[in-house]
Ligand binder design. Structure first.
Ligand code: SF4
Ligand code: SF4
Length: 448
């Protein structure tokens, strides 16, 4: 009975705290600007199934792809065992499904054990790649400190989870062979049937019981730790990859989001017809174009920032990064997430010091802490982007780092009227000659 009470308290506390953290992340994402979700739902489901669930884009690099698949499938499959742990925990029984499912139970638990061994191998390889082989994409500046520790920590959690599973099943197998009470027959499990006797075979009944309970609780606690750690970690992608692939734009990857007001202004400047559509407002104070902070970015970009796995595939193919420029699309997404957290904490604090208008309540529309996204992302970084979209093509979870880069650039050039001086001749040429090159001819003549 005491175990059931402890189980209930731990479960409610862990699930409640995790739920609160996930709701907070949702609230943070909604600090962004509204953006409609357009396009075919069938294609969206296909993206979710092939890219989020099926890990379709991970296999572009097959070694990490396969290892990642082992860990991912093990993570999903072990949750089946968790259902039984919950039933046993609240009901006070042991291995609720074993007598009901018989041989099928043996098959399921054996499958979990098999995939767990593969996940263990994958985890060791991933730890080695990070810490021994020191792959360059895990060693760059933005990966120093917490992001590097985060990657290691989650792999250590995975190992502890596997220790829990095999301690529980291994000791259980030996207890069954001793005909101990309350230990129903699980059949011959794939790994524990030899691992249990080999490691725990010489131990007495009392010690085996303690080891079995230790494994059971360790399994449960690690799942709860994992669940509560996810919102603070890049591993949030385990959950957010699903909504992110659902909401991802269905337009061709290279297509940039246009600014209708500016497009129409340019069209009329070039003498082209502007039928309907948005026009430049005739107000004395023009609105801001682009974004200089997370509250000006789309909520989808903020969702992408929280979904980023920090894998660095984008940075490894970015021509600006490869040629030594100060740009890493991965860092752009990490900076957006960090700034979102900062803004959210400050708004939550209710401190009126952060209110733009002190007479109104503090909110995302009435917020000014004297900082902006430019305090995280330098202009040198956003100028270095060639808008080639190689990062977008490489991302395994359909993130578009180029979108916020464009928004920041638009803010700098259209709202602040600033920008690199060597871009000015280009702008002047477009404005005066209708082409990017300084040719003093009519556009139509120039085209021929
Ligand atoms: S679009 Fe920009 S950030 Fe992305 S790969 Fe190309 S240059 Fe790099
Ligand atoms: S944006 Fe995509 S490719 Fe780049 S680090 Fe994040 S998840 Fe990886």
């Amino acid at each position: 009975m005491i175990q059931q009470i402890v189980f209930g308290i731990v479960s409610v506390a862990a699930l409640g705290f995790a739920g609160w953290q996930f709701l907070r992340i949702r609230k943070n994402i909604m600090l962004g600007q509204p953006e409609p979700t357009l396009g075919d739902k069938g294609q969206r489901w296909k993206n979710v199934l092939l890219i989020a669930l099926g890990q379709g884009k991970m296999f572009n690099r097959w070694v990490p792809g396969v290892m990642h698949l082992f860990i991912y499938v093990a993570f999903l499959i072990t949750q089946i065992e968790l259902i039984e742990i919950f039933i046993d925990g609240f009901g006070g029984g042991h291995r609720f499904f074993a007598p009901i499912l018989g041989g099928f139970y043996t098959f399921v638990i054996s499958f979990i054990e098999g995939i767990s061994v593969l996940a263990f191998v994958g985890t060791i390889i991933f730890l080695s790649r990070r810490n021994l082989l020191k792959l360059p994409r895990f060693q760059s500046a933005e990966m120093k400190g917490w992001p590097f520790r985060d990657g290691n920590l989650i792999l250590i959690f995975e190992i502890l989870l596997l220790i829990g599973i095999f301690s529980m099943n291994g000791a259980d197998t030996v207890l069954q062979s001793m005909n101990a009470e309350h230990y129903p027959d699980t059949g011959k499990l794939l790994v524990s049937s030899w691992f249990g006797p080999a490691v725990f075979g010489n131990l007495d009944l009392g010690t085996l019981h303690v080891i079995e309970r230790f494994g059971w609780w360790l399994h449960l606690i690690m799942v709860f730790v994992f669940l509560n750690y996810l919102p603070k970690s890049k591993h949030l992608h385990l959950i957010l990859a699903f909504p992110n692939t659902w909401y991802a734009s269905l337009k061709p990857r290279g297509e940039m989001e246009n600014m209708p007001v500016i497009m129409n202004e340019v069209k009329s400047m070039m003498g082209l017809s502007v039928e309907g559509g948005e026009q430049m407002p005739i107000e004395e104070v023009l609105p801001d174009f682009g974004a200089n902070d997370i509250t000006g970015l789309s909520w989808k970009t903020l969702l992408e920032a929280y979904t980023c796995t920090e894998c660095g595939r984008c940075t490894s193919v970015c021509p600006a990064s490869i040629t030594g420029k100060k740009l890493s699309p991965r860092k752009i997404m990490m900076d957006i997430r960090d700034r979102t957290e900062e803004v959210a904490v400050r708004i939550e604090s209710g401190n009126m010091e952060y209110a733009k208008d002190k007479e109104k309540p503090l909110s995302k529309d009435n917020f000014d802490d004297g900082k902006s996204l430019f305090d995280y992302i330098s202009k040198e970084e956003i100028h270095a982007c060639t808008t080639c979209n190689a990062c977008v093509e490489a991302c395994p979870v359909l993130i578009k780092p180029v979108d916020p880069i464009l928004e920041l650039r638009r803010y700098e050039i259209l709202t602040l009227s600033e920008g690199p001086s060597d871009w000015l001749p280009l702008f002047n040429s477009i404005e005066n000659g209708g082409s990017a090159w300084a040719m003093n001819v009519e556009r139509d003549a120039w085209r021929k």
